[in-house]
Design a binder for this molecule. Structure first.
Ligand code: PMP
Length: 405
């Protein structure tokens, strides 16, 4: 694996200072930083071949279309999807889930049906289903979690009734770090004839995601969570589903023939890509995936697990600090509270020390409710973080405690 100083120099923002102190960026669950190769790839589009894709007959439009489709191929390979037709570019995880909720709901969900999600979900994997259930007269059912923040599999199996039309579950919790046994859950759902959508927003950068092996029906993620640009995301769907589902947006590029009487739709994947897509973002995402592969996904996972272990030990040694979420399998996220100190106060003081952490519900309010708290402080690390940064966090937390005592 590349040496850590070499890795850090790939990410220009990591050299930033805030309040005159070196930035300690521990908010990677919210968004990740971008390596120069991604910044350069987007810059190259905008300075060298910015032209609308798929429509032009001129040279730079051809080049943009070609690079966009190359990016689709990179996304396909990265998650081991069978066909490029199964890879749709969207605006992000939220965009992808809303697309499935709308299209799947229109075609397959009726009054009295159920959609099954877990208590761990991000609001993006709750609200679109709720809206769809309301439209269709269906019900949202929730798989409970235990005190460690793990999905209770026995309860899940009991909930897999004939009424369930789809299971939507996260690969990893952004709020607690729990890695969810999605493969096992998909197997059980499939044996009851139920398709599964996996929210890969956090899982995509954790180890190797293989949709063929996982056998999920839909897999969604955001570019910005895996070192790519914002405003670009992925919806993977098995061809049989994408063929059957109606488009969720109408417009240019997604059509084959338009008359005022009738419109016929384009083939996959274009049927789901109405209007001008974020092609610079897609090309940037392709560059991000190349970067991840060049560092090595197993290397990244190993390093992040080391950081998780180190951070868990360091933070657990602080009296009055309680960690939420101690699942046996976690991404490198530590969610915690300090006794008697509000999470916002902790976050604000840490900020003044140059440490960027997230505070609040992490868009997962039901998880907070499950633990009877209003929010946590979350440190989410990735492979460009260091033990020294975790030490700075530890010392910062001790300073917060001493200020309040
Ligand atoms: N699901 C999970 C598990 C997430 O962590 C996030 C982002 N925090 C989302 C969905 C939503 O992602 P986006 O805002 O990029 O659409």
């Amino acid at each position: 694996m590349k040496d850590i100083s070499e890795i850090r120099s790939d990410f220009p923002i990591l050299a930033t200072k805030v309040y005159g102190k070196p930035l300690v960026y521990l908010d990677n669950g919210a968004t990740t930083q971008k390596p120069l190769s991604v910044i350069n790839a987007v810059n190259e589009v905008l300075t060298g071949y910015n032209a609308n894709i798929h429509r032009g007959v001129h040279a730079i439009s051809d080049r943009a279309s070609e690079e966009y489709e190359k990016a689709r191929e990179k996304v396909r390979g990265f998650i081991n999807a069978g066909k490029r037709e199964e890879v749709i570019f969207t605006s992000g995880t939220t965009g992808s889930i809303n697309a499935v909720a709308f299209s799947f709901g229109e075609r397959f969900v009726h009054r009295g049906d159920e959609i099954l999600i877990s208590c761990l979900e991000h609001h993006s994997n709750i609200v679109p289903w709720q809206m769809m259930c309301e439209r269709k007269g269906a019900r949202l059912k929730i798989i409970p979690i235990n005190d460690k923040g793990e999905v209770i599999i026995e309860e899940y199996l009991k909930l897999l009734s004939r009424q369930v039309k789809l299971v939507a579950v996260t690969q990893a919790s952004n709020a607690l770090g729990t890695v969810v046994p999605v493969k096992k859950m998909i197997e059980s759902a499939h044996s009851a004839g139920i398709p599964v959508l996996v929210d890969g927003a956090q899982g995509i950068k954790h180890g190797v995601t293989n949709v063929a092996d996982m056998d999920c029906d839909f897999y969604v993620y955001s570019g910005h969570k895996i070192y790519g640009p914002t405003g670009i995301g992925v919806l993977y769907g098995k061809e049989k589903w994408l063929t059957e589902l109606p488009p969720y947006q109408g417009g240019g590029d997604m059509v084959e023939n338009v008359t005022f009487e009738k419109t016929t739709f384009n083939v996959l994947p274009f049927k789901f890509e109405a209007g001008t897509t974020n092609f610079p973002g897609a090309i940037g995402l392709g560059a991000a995936l190349d970067y991840v592969l060049s560092v090595g996904r197993e290397n990244i996972r190993y390093r992040e697990q080391e950081l998780l272990e180190y951070a868990t030990q360091r933070l657990s040694s602080i009296p009055g600090l309680r960690i939420y979420g101690d699942s046996a399998s976690k991404i490198s996220t530590v969610s915690f509270l300090l006794e008697g100190i509000h999470q916002y106060d902790t976050g604000m003081i840490l900020d003044k020390l140059g440490i960027a952490v997230r505070t609040g519900t992490h868009c997962a309010q039901p998880v907070m409710e499950r633990f009877g708290i209003s929010g946590t402080v979350r440190a989410s690390m990735c492979f460009y973080n260091t033990r020294e940064e975790i030490d700075i966090l530890g010392t910062g937390i001790e300073k917060v405690i001493s200020m309040f005592s």
